[in-house]
Structure formats: structure tokens, C-alpha cells
Write a protein that binds this ligand. Structure first.
Ligand code: PHE
Length: 338
């Protein structure tokens, strides 16, 4: 029996050694350790070994099987390493990989985040409100009479329910005052909707950023200082900012803000960037009625509000000539902001 084991072991090792690839090695493995393999047959023959020899022969067989298993393992590793080496021959694995296209933030996101960052430094907290609004929050509470052109079906998207797509983020002013007593200092970015003819400077949906500050003694100089600071931070310390008298139903006095900007190759010129004003007492009165308290008593609080179009700011900031570029998702356009 010992001779049979020695012979089978020698043959098995020889077969393993001569396997030229993983397939041949697998065949050798089956022939040696498979169910009908030489080593398995020897194990089956153990039952015929006389009792007194069983221990010694069993040990011999065990050693032989171990030796074969080790040989199989080592050979397999060697064949794999060789296959890897062949597969990589002629390939320079130190060559830098091709860059993958990396996305970037949309210009509207960039300008919105920058605007919020500046205002947060001044203590304005982020606020939010619904885009589907009722007439009270969009118009009535903002002192906008029923016959005001902005309320016209031609200018505003109405639902059959009587609700509407908000025409400005100013509706959030009212909601914020309804839910929190003064002092209140909020910045509200969000979409607004108007039934405009679509052209290079108009879309039917655009992005606004609104601000509101209400406290016991907020004054016009606070408004001017805050917004001058804001636009200088946004466009650069050298720019001029001017306040031009205007009219909004919800502020009195009201202003439009222009900044004087030099577009490369052209004379600096005044560009309108925002609307603003001191909150009209009629707005505070509406909020008091809605809250059913005197927290916003116009005899005790004052405030300023401002609103601007982020699309417009992005167009000015980067010299974008057609607003539609902001919604077309053309990667040739977007990649310029990477
Ligand atoms: N809501 C105004 C608009 O949409 C902007 C504005 C906001 C003006 C707050 C004054 C105060 O044009």
C-alpha cells in the first residue's frame, strides 16, 4: 500500500508540475483529488489495510494528500501571476488615467449661494414658502389692490381653485411675519412666475431673492447701508450703487437700485438690479389682522424689504446675453462655470 501511495503521489506531483495553464491544472486537480481521483481511490482502499498497519499507512496517505494539496495551491498562484504578467505586457500602468468629466454648480446656484452667504453674515436667516400661493399672501396682504395689473389673468398664472403661482417671493414676507414675532431678519430665495413672452431677457419662471428686516427702529439708512454693502460684496468694492425713487404697493418710500458696472470694452453704465423700500404700514396692519395680535403694530415696528432677480444678477455678473442659456442645460455653456 505504501508503494501505491508513493507512486500515486509522485504521479500527481508530476502532473501538477507539468500543467501549462489554469485549465490543465484544473484537470489535474480533478484527476488527483476528484471523487474518482487517485488520492480518493487510495482513501477508499484504506479499508482493506490490515488493522495493525492502519495507523502508519493512514499517516503516509495523509502526508501524501497534504503534499499534493500544497503543490496544487502553489502552482495555481504561479499560473495566475504569469497570466497577469502576460496580460499587462506592453501596457504602461503608470500612465495617468484620463480625466473623467466632473460636474459643476449652475451659475444660478453660484450666485444664489453667494448672495445668501453675504446676507447671512449680516444676520439674515434663510426662510422659505410655497410656490402655489393664495391671493392674500401674494397680493392683498402686500397692499396690492384688486385692480392692480399684476393681478390680471394676463400677467399671472391662476389655478381654477383661485390659487396662483406666486409672482414674487414677497409672499414669504407675509408668511414669515405671520409665524414669528419681530425682530425678524430673513432672506428668501425661490422661484417666481409671470406670464411673460419668452425672449432673451424674459422667461415665465425666474428666480428671486427677497430680504426683510423688521425691528423697533429700522430706518432708511439701514436699508441703504445694507444693500450698498451687499452689492459691493457681490460685484466688487469699486462699484457705485444708487437708489432711484420708484413705486411698490408694499413699501413706502420705494426705490429701484442701480449699480454702475464696467463691462469690458464698454463705458461703465447704470444697470438696475433690485427693488426695495420701507415696509408700508398697511402691510403691518394686514399681518396684525392675520395674526390676531399687535406684534407688528406699525406704530411700534418699522422694516425694510428688498427683492432682486437672480437670473438677472447672474447675467450681469458673467455677461450672459440670453436668459434662456440658464435653462437650456447646454453643457458647452455650463462647463464655463466649472
Ligand atoms: N417684489 C418686488 C418684485 O418682484 C421686489 C421688491 C421686493 C420690491 C421687496 C420692494 C421690496 O419686483
Amino acid at each position: 500500500m505504501n508503494e501505491r501511495i508513493a507512486a500515486a503521489e509522485a504521479e500527481a506531483l508530476e502532473r501538477i508540475a507539468s500543467a501549462v495553464d489554469e485549465r490543465a491544472l484544473e484537470e489535474a486537480r480533478v484527476a488527483v483529488t476528484g471523487r474518482k481521483g487517485s488520492m480518493s481511490l487510495l482513501a477508499a482502499a484504506m479499508k482493506d489495510v490490515p488493522k495493525e498497519d492502519k495507523a502508519a499507512v493512514g499517516q503516509r496517505l495523509h502526508d501524501a494528500r497534504e503534499a499534493v494539496a500544497r503543490a496544487l495551491c502553489e502552482k495555481q498562484e504561479r499560473l495566475r501571476a504569469e497570466a497577469d504578467r502576460k496580460a499587462l505586457a506592453g501596457i504602461d500602468v503608470t500612465l495617468p488615467a484620463r480625466a473623467l468629466p466632473v460636474g459643476s454648480l449652475h451659475p444660478l446656484t453660484l450666485i444664489r449661494d453667494r448672495a445668501i452667504e453675504i446676507l447671512r453674515r449680516l444676520g439674515f436667516a434663510l426662510a422659505d414658502g410655497p410656490e402655489i400661493e393664495d391671493e392674500f399672501h401674494c397680493f392683498d396682504a402686500l397692499n396690492t389692490p384688486a385692480d392692480h395689473p399684476a393681478r390680471n389673468e394676463k400677467d399671472t398664472f391662476y389655478f381654477d381653485s383661485g390659487k396662483l403661482l406666486r409672482t414674487h417671493t414677497s409672499s414669504v414676507q407675509v408668511r414669515a411675519m405671520e409665524s414669528s414675532p419681530p425682530p425678524l431678519r430673513i432672506v428668501v430665495p425661490g422661484s417666481a412666475y409671470r406670464r411673460d413672452e419668452i425672449d432673451a431677457t424674459h422667461l415665465s419662471v425666474f428666480n428671486q431673492l427677497e430680504g426683510l428686516y423688521v425691528d423697533g427702529d429700522v430706518s432708511l439708512p439701514d436699508l441703504k447701508g445694507t444693500l450698498e454693502f451687499f452689492f459691493r460684496e457681490l460685484f466688487g468694492g469699486h462699484i457705485e450703487v444708487r437708489f432711484r425713487p420708484h413705486f411698490f404697493p408694499f413699501t413706502e418710500p420705494s426705490f429701484e437700485i442701480d449699480v454702475k458696472l464696467g463691462v469690458p470694452g464698454r463705458e461703465p453704465r447704470w444697470i438696475e438690479v433690485a427693488g426695495c423700500g420701507m415696509v408700508d404700514p398697511a402691510v403691518f396692519d394686514a399681518v396684525c389682522r392675520s395674526r390676531n395680535d399687535r406684534a407688528y403694530d406699525p406704530d411700534r415696528v418699522t422694516g425694510f424689504a428688498f427683492g432682486m432677480g437672480l437670473d438677472r444678477l447672474a447675467m450681469i455678473r458673467w455677461g450672459i446675453r440670453d436668459i434662456r442659456a440658464l435653462v437650456e442645460n447646454d453643457t458647452r455653456f455650463l462647463a464655463q462655470f466649472a
